[in-house]
Design a protein around this ligand. Structure first.
Ligand code: FNR
Length: 175
């Protein structure tokens, strides 16, 4: 069976730099690997314990369960992860959809800091969710605006870092 990887962008913007990074990462995967970016994070209702999974939530969980691994690429809002992304992840706590799932966590920012606070927070959440990751499973991309052109990552160093994320993720899947 083919390896399938799910990308989740923490940004809902149409021309999101984080979504562009995910698309580029997807294009760097081996050709026998399928890649999909989840659409519909913004439709997921506010989580509260005891709520029954809605259609949007079921779509999200199904996408995770059908994937061998998940890559999350997120901006930083006010030193944290966007609420939309955290809300979606909170729905999976009780059902354990991300438990044992190999993950790659990426943050990108137009600032020098590369969204490091959001990345650290995301990694804590991914630890709480029982995901499979190692020291190489995280990447922060600073000054992202200058590394993208025509809807693609063009910076050679960043392209190499994304290839390393791909290889590490495929290694985690095989392990
Ligand atoms: C930001 N941005 C931002 N950047 C950062 O590095 N640290 C931060 O704390 C914040 N805070 C923040 C709050 C809000 C409300 C907005 C709208 C933006 C800037 C952010 O990194 C920038 O808008 C990115 O381009 C967003 O990513 P996408 O949408 O291009 O993927």
């Amino acid at each position: 069976k083919r390896i399938h990887i799910l990308g989740i962008s923490g940004s809902l913007r149409a021309d999101s730099t984080n979504t562009i990074i995910l698309k580029t990462l997807g294009s760097l995967l081996p050709s026998d690997t399928t890649f999909e970016i989840f659409e519909g994070l913004g439709e997921i209702e506010h989580f509260s314990p005891g709520l029954v999974d809605t259609e949007a939530v079921i779509r999200f969980k199904t996408a995770i369960n059908q994937a061998n691994a998940v890559v999350i690429c997120t901006p930083e809002y006010a030193f944290g992860v966007p609420g939309t992304l955290k809300n979606a992840l909170d729905w999976t706590v009780g059902s354990g959809d991300l438990n044992d799932k190999p993950v790659s966590a990426i943050s990108a920012s137009p600032l020098n800091s590369g969204g490091n606070n959001a990345l650290a927070s995301l990694l804590l959440t991914l630890t709480a969710l029982g995901t499979q990751k190692n020291e190489a499973s995280a990447l922060s991309i600073p000054n992202v605006k200058g590394k993208i052109a025509d809807g693609r990552v063009t910076d050679a160093h960043t392209l190499n870092e994304l290839s390393v994320q791909c290889a590490n993720l495929l290694g985690l899947i095989e392990a």
